[in-house]
Design a protein around this ligand. Sequence first.
Ligand code: NCD
Ligand code: ZN
Length: 345
Amino acid sequence: MSTSLTLRRPDDWHLHLRDGAMMAAVLPESARHFARAIIMPNLVPPVVTAAEAAAYRDRILAALPEDMTFEPLMTLYLTEETDPEDVAAAYRDGIARAVKLYPAGATTNSASGVTDFDKVRPVLEKMAEIGMPLCTHGEVTAPEIDIFDREAAFIDRVLDPIRRATPGLRVVMEHITTAQAADYVRAHDKDLGATITTHHLIINRNHILVGGIKPHYYCLPVAKREEHRLSLVAAATSGDARFFLGTDSAPHPDHLKEHACGCAGCFTATNTMALLAHVFEGAGALDRLEGFTSLNGPAFYGLPANDTTLTLTKSDTPTAFPSKIETETGPVTVFDPGFPIYWSA
Ligand code: NCD
Ligand code: ZN
């Protein structure tokens, strides 16, 4: 017996494509299922200016296999030197769709991020004026704050003050991992949305640490307790249009994940849609999957939903996903949920 479900083609509202050979290897994994993606700017060096974003977009399109279509939606990496006029011009000209805020040192390649939030106030005010969204990596980096508390502390110490000081600023809380973040979104208005990753709907912190350390489950923000995972599943499957998919698929070669100081990031581009069908089916919410993957994100970003479709099929035998994607810098392990998946896209 097989069941199938046809959705508007999904988009990924938070994706790491990297550059060069790694990008060429992982780009088809996203383009196979997703029509568009918000592309993270945390390259080395970061994508800061409109000109850099346009050049990066051109490199992505040049790496796209000829038989695939995919639209990269670019972001600018916010630094304390970012020029509000350059940001406004990038938005006006359709070069960048959002600005990304990384607190300095919060995650992979975030050394050029923001330390003094007063220095970026003119950029945030300009963004509020023109309606350009701010995507936030919502973790404080103060050494005295426990890593499991960094998202909740960011809401109180950084996000809420920024939003109060900048009325009208549209914010996407990216890759939320806590009940506090989901509650904060629900308690506020239409100017606030949140992305949720596939892996945070599946793993909690035990998956990383119990029975031996599992580097391929380590990402930032780090997965939290099971009660938080359950609140993310509730938010994603609720039908509330402020929650939408951002996979945060973040490739690192295995030798840098399986390392004494392993990189943060889960690579889910390959099997995300099948995993989400499993999660939504488990929550009795398959009818809400399309909203989460294909409708809520475009609505927040003021874009039309895609015209094309993607069909998901459930069969009686487990789907065989590749365990690794080969790249010139070494294999990249595909996220393994740890249980059989019967869906395929
Ligand atoms: C991301 C990466 O590898 O670039 N890693 C991750 O764990 N998610 C950076 C990020 O989004 O935090
Ligand atoms: Zn990310």
